[in-house]
Design a protein around this ligand. Structure first.
Ligand code: PMP
Length: 421
């Protein structure tokens, strides 16, 4: 118990202690946060579908028709017609041979990587991949090579060193904390040359990028080249849950071997129905995707005009790097005092010295809301004495372990990489 108290104390001293804030009512452009009205600038409800009346009605109807819960894991008795229907719709939307739903993006990434990367294999993971990918690498019996963020040269070096044992390259498409996009074409080319599978996490791309919001892989025309596309239903699709788009063999293999699918209850029918309705709206109203893209640009331009940059962001995720964790928290509180909520993101989510306000615009924000929020955020950040951040964050020192270091091998390449990871 003393140890826990001491750890909490240390987190407080380092400015890394977190507390839960309370939102009243549905996620929208404006919410009540701890009882106070604010403009919400850190929700992943990118397209404004979580609070859309049709999505809410579909979830409510599904609760009446199929019940509140699925009652069991999919392999026992929890696999319902509504699960199959959403999988079919998602496979069509993503132009994928098939689609398999998981309980969440976290479960999809950990379960899929751990199932596919076996002992003797090497997984190649971008240094800024999401924590669920990092944890998938940790769970897998394979070794992990962490390549520098968006660096195909470093990836190729690792693939060469692995001498044919490279089984899986895994990357976010849109990076969750920087809003930049992975070099998918180069990654696919390397995968073909070195005979590895490619897995792309489209959590922040689905509904946000590409034709009709089909994702960054679709935008690059690489649907047939990328073996596995993971996505979540909890962000642009306004609900909860996740999916893996892949071929029939991989899907069948995952049903049999992905422990996070086998040993976890199937998604609740209301969540599935909500995502189905959201997907239908997305297909009817692709202009929501355009509005999201434009809003990202409006925010970047406005921040620039106020003297703070948004780093390498090319999307609706627009981070403003502050520096130290306490400074980022103070900036968050200053913005909040003026009615703008942009959560401070600190280590271990981002690297030490790169704590930031991660602004996430939504299609449902108006331009004037975004422009005035940019002014509030900029003055909140600059009031703390932050310098104008560099456009490139990848050269920052790497402190958070991005993946489990492989066991020591005398003189082997993985020894050096363990340091880097
Ligand atoms: N991948 C990425 C890139 C994410 O940002 C997240 C959620 N923040 C996940 C996976 C996990 O998705 P879920 O919330 O559905 O567990």
């Amino acid at each position: 118990m003393d140890e826990i108290a001491a750890q909490l104390d240390e987190l407080r001293q380092r400015g890394l202690h977190r507390k839960l804030r309370l939102i009243s009512g549905p996620q929208g452009a404006r919410v009540l946060l701890d009882g106070k009205p604010v403009l919400l600038l850190c929700s992943n409800n990118y397209l404004g579908l979580a609070d859309h009346p049709r999505v809410r009605e579909a979830a409510a109807d599904a609760a009446m028709r199929w019940g509140a819960g699925a009652g069991a894991s999919r392999l026992v008795s929890g696999n319902m017609t509504i699960h199959r229907r959403l999988e079919e719709q998602l496979a069509e939307f993503k132009r994928s041979p098939t689609c398999l739903m998981f309980g969440s993006g976290y479960l999809a990434n950990t379960g899929t990587i751990a199932a596919l990367a076996r002992e003797g294999d090497v997984v190649f993971s971008d240094a800024l991949n999401h924590a669920s990918i990092v944890d998938g690498c940790r769970l897998a019996r394979a070794r992990t090579f962490v390549y520098e963020h968006c660096d195909p040269d470093h990836l190729e070096w690792g693939l060469r060193e692995a001498e044919g044992r490279g089984s899986l390259i895994v990357t976010d498409s849109v990076f969750s904390m920087d809003g930049d996009i992975a070099p998918l074409e180069e990654i696919v080319e390397l995968a073909e040359r070195y005979d590895a599978r490619v897995m792309v996490d489209e959590a922040h791309a689905t509904g946000c990028i590409g034709p009709g919001g089909a994702g960054a892989v679709a935008d690059a025309g690489l649907e047939d080249e990328v073996d596995i596309r993971v996505g979540t239903l909890g962000k642009a699709l306004g609900s909860y849950g996740a999916y893996v788009c892949c071929d029939d063999d991989v899907a069948e293999y995952l049903v049999n071997c992905a422990r996070t699918l086998i040993f976890s209850t199937a998604l609740p029918p209301p969540a599935v129905a909500g995502a189905l309705a959201a997907l239908e709206i997305l297909r009817e109203q692709p202009e929501r995707v355009d509005r999201l893209r434009r809003n990202g640009q409006v925010m970047r331009d406005a921040l620039d005009a106020h003297g703070v940059g948004a780093g390498p962001s090319e999307t609706h995720i627009v981070p403003v790097v502050v520096g130290g964790a306490p400074d980022a928290m103070a900036a968050c509180e200053r913005a909040l005092a003026r009615g703008v909520f942009a959560q401070a993101i600190r280590p271990p989510t981002v690297r030490e010295g790169t704590s930031r306000l991660r602004l996430a615009v939504m299609a449902s924000h108006t331009r004037s809301e975004l422009r005035s929020a940019a002014g509030v955020v900029a003055s909140a950040v600059l009031a703390g004495g932050a310098r104008r951040p560099e456009r490139e964050t990848r050269a920052e020192p790497e402190l958070e372990p991005a993946a489990a270091p492989p066991p020591p091998r005398a003189g082997g390449v993985y020894d050096q990489l363990a340091e880097a990871a």
